[in-house]
Design a protein around this ligand. Structure first.
Ligand code: AMP
Length: 445
């Protein structure tokens, strides 16, 4: 998961990076950081915490320069160190370097072990550090060639922003798994970012998506950018960005996420019809698909469950009792609306089955007479491995139970998932998508 941003050619570069990271807080809440180049030096501030907690006015003012890169880190198990925050900074033979990365490298252990064999020392558990080492030990005379050499060694899903004191490189892997877009800033500079929702906040104009396999180079003194197609494109755009991860107001590959989710909801209504009185979403992840489902089925849409936005991810929940309390704190039913009603409840996905089970209990306790669960994506039967944080086969409920067994487990009256074909149709045929969670096609070998 994670978010990255790069800002070039604006003397408010750090502030623009800050707003962009704020717009992309949903992609990572564990840690955040910004590096700025003044032309002479690169300065980095990074810490655990949310964007607004880490950066105040003093911090932003201290990050003076026209070029900035930034990162939001998504928490994954066992990595609570600030050393795992990005940007990753290093001094090396040609000067100073700072890197941010979104994605997941599949050969990170192999590469790391061979670097360690050759004497490299690592400070963190991040695969991003591999890239820095590969660049630093290359014998090429120019940073651009060193980066290209490093990219030939790493395998996996990546969007990268690499900054030296005078240049910035934005790179997307040849599969284009994670989104990455290019925009123009109002003052003439440029911005690259994981999602286009960042552009709207900083007044940037969308130029285009960075192409799979492309490197874009920005250089101090030039008012434009250079594009180099490094690798043959083989598009596998992550379908899960559209289903769950990206913000609804972002566009990926020219397609709006909200509209695509609505289309998935409409397709779900066509595939899995049921007689009911109300369509309600699991807030907030099921809202767009539920609207599509309601429009297509003609069943009225209601926000039957209210979400309290102040219940954070870090709420301590050591016991089952406390976990149940957390759900009660987070989600409350509107009893008068639900009592005696046949409900279709829509969510974007089922991973472990925890949310669905709890939601159904809430609805039944509120007096719903029937609860029909409709999921606007296919069954998740495989871990993602390319940058979406999904659990192992053991914990994925659809890898271990049939749809009927899941229905029984979550205590729904009926349960249906969107088919893979309908998902593909909702996404359209203008490019190719990664459906790895659903079909287990691990296309990066
Ligand atoms: P679960 O409760 O484990 O079945 O997870 C399903 C819920 O988590 C749904 O409401 C999704 O919106 C949300 N979700 C799906 N994928 C992820 C993910 N990779 N990380 C966090 N939440 C997710």
């Amino acid at each position: 998961m994670c978010a990255i941003v790069g800002v070039f050619g604006d003397n408010e570069a750090a502030r623009i990076a800050y707003y962009s990271l704020f717009a992309m807080q949903h992609r990572g809440q564990e840690a955040t950081g910004i590096s700025v180049s003044s032309g002479e030096h690169i300065k980095t501030i990074k810490k655990r915490g949310l964007v607004t907690d880490v950066f105040d006015e003093t911090a932003l003012k201290s990050l003076a320069g026209e070029m900035a890169i930034g990162h939001n880190r998504y928490s994954t198990a066992g990595s609570e160190s600030v050393l795992d925050a990005q940007p990753v900074f290093a001094s090396y033979k040609l000067g100073e370097l700072s890197v941010v990365h979104n994605g997941n490298l599949i050969n990170k252990n192999e590469v790391r072990n061979s670097l360690i064999e050759e004497g490299a020392i690592f400070q963190s558990s991040m695969d991003t550090e591999n890239i820095i080492h590969l660049i630093a030990r290359s014998h090429e005379g120019h940073l651009q060639d060193r980066i290209i050499e490093a990219l030939k060694v790493i395998k996996g899903a990546y969007c990268l922003c690499i900054q030296s004191r005078t240049k910035m490189f934005a790179i997307r892997d040849r599969y284009g798994v994670r989104p990455f877009s290019l925009g123009k800033l109002p003052n003439g500079g440029f911005i690259v970012s994981s999602e286009t929702c960042a552009f709207d906040l900083v007044g940037a104009e969308f130029i285009r998506d960075i192409k799979p396999g492309e490197m874009i180079v920005f250089e101090k003194g030039s008012d434009t950018y250079k594009s180099i197609q490094l690798f043959e494109p083989d598009p596998h755009i992550c379908a899960f960005e559209y289903i769950y991860f990206a913000r609804p107001d972002s566009d990926i590959e020219g397609k709006n996420v909200y509209a695509t989710r609505q289309e998935m909801g409409r397709a779900l209504a066509r595939e899995c019809q049921i007689e009911a009185d109300l369509v309600i979403p699991v807030p907030d992840s099921g809202v767009s698909a539920a609207l599509g489902y309601a429009n297509e089925s003609g069943i009225p849409f209601e926000m039957g469950i209210v979400r309290n936005h102040y219940v954070g991810r870090t709420f301590i929940e050591p016991t089952q009792e406390r976990r149940d309390m957390k759900v009660k704190l987070k989600l409350s039913p509107i009893r008068s609306l639900l009592k005696g009603k046949r409900i279709v409840v829509i969510d974007d996905s089922i991973v472990r089955g925890t949310t669905a089970k709890r939601i159904i209990r809430i609805l039944k306790e509120a007096g719903a007479s029937e609860v029909h669960v409709r999921i606007a994506s296919p069954t998740i039967e495989h871990p993602d491995r390319y940058g979406i944080d999904t659990p192992s086969y053991k914990e994925l409920i659809s890898a271990n139970k049939s749809v009927e067994e899941i229905r029984e487990y979550i205590e729904a009256d009926t349960l249906s998932f969107l088919s893979i074909d309908a998902l593909k149709q909702s996404l359209g045929s203008d490019t190719n998508y990664s459906l790895v969670s659903f079909d287990g096609n691990y296309f990066i070998k």
